[in-house]
Design a protein around this ligand. Structure first.
Ligand SMILES: C[S@@+](CC[C@H](N)C(=O)[O-])C[C@H]1O[C@@H](n2cnc3c(N)ncnc32)[C@H](O)[C@@H]1O
Length: 276
């Protein structure tokens, strides 16, 4: 885990000519924390994938609904947001702390820019931390002293892999997610969203564009997404569904989803026992 000084910007190893996941996603959301290479990739993907921009915005909306549910109805007050992304509107800590001002949030992202922007945003917020780390290395993240000082692993935690599962290669994803699940006590929750494969060509096409330009990118069937929920966990209603259908604020007709609304699925599961 790296704790880079804020003054070191741009970081010496930052290659502005190459897009990153965090910056390209920021470009898709219409943010300002991105460079020409990120915008070029976002534009290329938007031109090839119908509804991509809308899908990114739906992902942010379900993040907000999910965190509101976790901090409210589920009563969780500790959040580890893996692959948290660059700060945007309605970040996890803002949503959780609007429900429960004492909620603690740790953001983890591989992109050094997330740390720099996060620190600037969170300078005044004692209940939120940003760490740089690779989600594919659960032992390093779970063993980080900064995390242990801040999060009580003897109490329920919401572990978030929102917009993140699809960057974990199939060969490693089950082991990686299981390592995080195993660190949680009953009462904890796992919140995932992922690029899905329900047979629409745009879904695998987006995975291909992502893999070719950002190294990782996989579209999974709903069953493959659900397989990451694991033993000892129970899916919270409505289960693994297109993001727009996960507890929408207004009724949504499942038969009238747009192409963009059919790119991603969401799921929240609760740990009910330590068995398995
Ligand atoms: C599509 S963004 C999602 C951001 C936010 N969670 C959301 O759903 O709006 C994916 C984020 O995961 C981060 N990421 C991708 N692979 C990662 C890894 N192996 N370890 C840590 N972060 C990673 C990227 O840097 C990016 O910020």
């Amino acid at each position: 885990m790296e704790d880079r000084p804020v003054s070191e910007w741009p970081p010496p190893d930052l290659d502005l000519g190459k897009p990153t996941i965090a910056r390209a996603y920021d470009a898709l959301l219409g943010g300002k924390d991105n460079f020409p290479a990120d915008r070029a990739l976002a534009d290329y993907a938007i031109a090839n994938i119908p509804g991509l921009r809308e899908s990114a915005s739906e992902n942010r909306k379900v993040l907000v609904r999910g965190v509101r549910y976790l901090a409210g109805e589920a009563g969780v007050d500790q959040f580890i947001d893996l692959g948290s992304g660059l700060p945007t509107v309605q970040n996890t800590h803002e949503v959780a702390q609007a429900v429960n001002p004492a909620a603690r949030v740790v953001y983890v992202d591989i992109d050094p820019m997330v740390l720099v922007h996060g620190r600037a945003l969170l300078a005044e917020n004692e209940n939120t931390k940003v760490l740089t780390g690779d989600v594919r290395e659960p032992a390093a993240i779970l063993g980080a002293p900064e995390l242990a000082r801040f999060i009580d692993f003897d109490r329920p935690i919401a572990l978030m892999l929102v917009g993140m599962l699809h960057y974990l290669a199939p060969e490693i994803s089950h082991g990686v997610v299981a390592a995080y699940r195993d660190a949680l006590v009953p009462g904890s929750h796992l919140f995932m969203t992922s690029l899905v494969d329900t047979g629409l060509p745009a879904q695998q096409e987006l995975a291909r564009i992502t893999r070719e330009n950002l190294e990782e990118g996989y579209a999974r069937t709903p069953e493959e997404i659900e397989a990451h929920v694991g033993p000892g966990f129970e899916l919270v209603e409505p289960g693994v569904v297109f993001t727009a259908l996960w507890r929408p604020d207004e009724p949504v007709d499942p038969a009238a989803l747009t192409p963009g609304e059919q790119l991603g699925m969401a799921a929240i599961a609760k740990k009910v026992s330590s068995a398995g």
